[in-house]
Design a protein. Structure first.
Length: 103
């Protein structure tokens, strides 16, 4: 099959442009609906989580160690640990779990 890469790039650019311009064209006044405001507030966080979650499980040699690091990070963050402490605890858990799972 012969695919034209420029068509794909053009479609991608058009969709990206439309996503950014349509809200400006459609919504001329401030959004007062609390549900829509809440939805729009959380969209970037959900998008980041959806992109990050599979990478957490696939970044290690074993998905089990990635899952253990994810659980550790969530628990550490829940109890108010700083970003450095959360990342350090996740790295330590991955190191220890892969040390025992691989050998």
């Amino acid at each position: 099959m012969n695919h034209n890469t420029y068509i794909y790039i053009g479609i991608m650019a058009g969709v990206t442009y439309a996503i950014r311009v349509l809200p400006l064209v459609l919504f001329r006044r401030q959004i007062k609906n609390q549900f829509i405001q809440s939805f729009l507030y959380y969209v970037p966080y959900v998008t980041l989580a959806v992109m990050t979650f599979p990478a957490i499980l696939q970044a290690t040699q074993s998905p089990v160690s990635g899952a253990l690091a994810l659980i550790t990070g969530v628990i550490a963050a829940w109890f108010g640990a700083s970003l450095f402490k959360v990342s350090l605890s996740c790295c330590v858990i991955v190191f220890i779990s892969e040390l025992f799972l691989i050998s």
